[in-house]
Design a binder for this molecule. Structure first.
Ligand code: UDX
Length: 479
């Protein structure tokens, strides 16, 4: 690939950006770029989704997103379309934000990414910078480049101004990796105020385009090669998952010895080398990223014969959290069959309506299997949850408030750390419950405050474990 600069400067004054895929990453990215002054085409092959977005519906909850969508539909800076081929032809920079779901093996399913590469290959009508934003395993950029060359082979629609039919257009493109670090519930905030921007490039012109694009954000820009950038993304999510499983492992020991895991978090988190974030013990991590990205990272390592057993244990610890929580509910409530339980929080985390790999889904299923009667409430995620667990008059009720979920309940389970739950009038909650027992899966509440309000209260890693003394752990003999 030649390294000379493109014939003309690519900038927001004279170039268009196309964002392919209008999901949790694509839509905030497209609107963020529009807010930076770029003309942005948002392309998705789901015409229904595009229609809703075009009507001003961002189709998922994300603080600040709806306002940004309205603003840039009106400014004309953002144009949602379902003609992906035309969108590719119209752009000088293309951000790939399509889904990378996981296969049963844990491997990332890159079929959507390859499909996009073929569309680009067919519509390479002049220089384009193709930027991976979806989370992909390292060396995907190399596959993208190879695929575009393979499927271009003279099939382009010709250079600007049209070339003689059948003559191959100049094969001018670069691939870059620009992984997103957006957190759901903070995607708009994280777009404009990222800790850092990682740009994996294999040419000076790609470096210049992305550096010019992101400089207005005034944040550190880390320039690497593409494979390094791809690996940074997986390593970041894997490390954050490791912190969470680490503190959950410690939380279980805290219960055995009567220590307080929230104090452990404070005590170790004040060490600037550790930091307090992502050390909140609870029912574990969910979401579309951590579980999937960890498995993809492990799979990538296994493909290359590298031992990633540490991360396998990170995943195993996380998968045990639901069983630990249900056991805690049993130890606190005794029998569960026929008992009415309120569940506060369904989204995989606060600030989103997303329930993908949410711990709540596993907890609901386990309690339904136990024969409990459930009253559910979440500020945003109930419509998505109803698609998985439809309401049923005798077993499953969706409520319009936390107080309604507590109505007549013999136990209340806190599963998602919404701020709204922190503000609850605990006296009112206690008055509507049949038995005031609160099992806090996210250590959201202060134990003394809850107990003073008249509750029996248990949480994660802050109560001496009940039940029979467990036998001493005999460590496995080391190989
Ligand atoms: C994550 C990464 O943070 C983000 O950088 C990446 O781009 C996408 O994946 P997200 O999945 O939106 O973002 O949620 P995040 O805020 O990271 O939380 C993930 C899960 O961990 C949630 O279920 C949350 O409840 C849980 N969590 C988080 C804990 O259990 N304890 C913590 O201390 C922090």
């Amino acid at each position: 690939m030649s390294d000379h600069l493109i014939p003309q400067e690519i900038n927001s004054a004279n170039s268009t950006i196309t964002v392919l895929g209008l999901g949790h990453i694509g839509l905030p990215t497209a609107l963020g770029l529009a807010d930076l002054g770029w003309k942005v085409i948002g392309a998705d092959d789901d015409a229904k989704k595009v229609g809703l977005i075009r009507s001003g519906d961002p189709i998922f909850f994300e603080p600040g997103l709806s306002e940004l969508l309205t603003k840039h539909l009106q400014s004309g800076k953002f144009q949602p379309v379902d003609d992906v081929e035309a969108a590719v032809r119209a752009a000088s920079i293309i951000f790939i934000c399509v889904g990378t779901p996981q296969k049963a093996s844990g491997q990332a399913d890159l079929a959507q990414v390859e499909a996009v590469a073929r569309v680009v290959a067919r519509n390479l009508n002049g220089y384009k910078l193709i930027v991976e934003k979806s989370t992909v395993p390292a060396i995907t950029a190399q596959w993208l480049k190879r695929t575009i060359v393979r499927y271009n082979a003279g099939k382009s629609l010709g250079a600007p101004g049209g070339s003689a039919p059948g003559s191959p257009a100049p094969l001018e493109f670069d691939i870059a990796s620009n992984p997103e670090f957006l957190r759901e519930g903070r995607a708009v905030e994280d777009f404009f105020h990222p800790d850092r921007i990682v740009c994996g490039v294999d040419s000076e012109r790609a470096r210049k385009i992305l550096t010019d694009l992101y400089t207005p954000l005034g944040r550190p820009i880390v320039i690497t090669d593409t494979s390094t950038a791809e690996l940074i993304k997986h390593a970041a999510n894997a490390f954050l998952s490791t912190k969470i499983s680490f503190i959950n492992m410690v939380s279980d020991l805290c219960e055995k010895v009567g220590a307080d895991v929230t104090a452990v978090t404070r005590g170790i988190g004040l060490d600037s080398r550790i930091g307090p974030q992502f050390l909140d013990a609870g029912v574990g991590y969910g979401g579309y990223c951590f579980p999937k990205d960890l498995r993809a990272f492990i799979h990538l390592a296994e493909e290359h014969g590298v031992n990633f057993s540490l991360l396998q244990e990170v995943e195993a610890i996380n998968q045990r959290r639901v069983d630990i929580f249900i056991r805690k509910v049993h130890e606190t409530l005794w029998t569960l069959r026929g008992k009415t339980l309120g569940i506060l929080g369904l989204a995989f985390k606060a600030g989103t309506d997303d329930i993908r790999e949410a711990v709540s889904l596993k907890i609901i299923q386990a309690l339904l299997d136990e024969g409990s009667i459930l009253r559910l409430y979440d500020p945003q995620a109930m419509p998505n949850t109803q698609a998985v667990f439809p309401p049923s008059t005798d077993r499953l009720t969706y409520c319009s408030s936390a107080y309604e979920a507590a109505q007549g309940a013999q136990g209340l389970l806190l599963v998602t750390e919404w701020d709204e739950f922190r503000q609850l009038d605990l006296t009112r909650v206690r008055e509507v419950m049949e038995v005031p027992i609160l099992v806090d899966g996210r250590n959201l509440f202060d134990p003394a405050t809850v107990r003073k309000a008249g509750f029996e209260y248990v949480s994660m890693g802050r109560d001496k474990a009940r039940g029979v003394a467990t036998k001493a752990h005999t460590p496995k003999p080391t190989a």
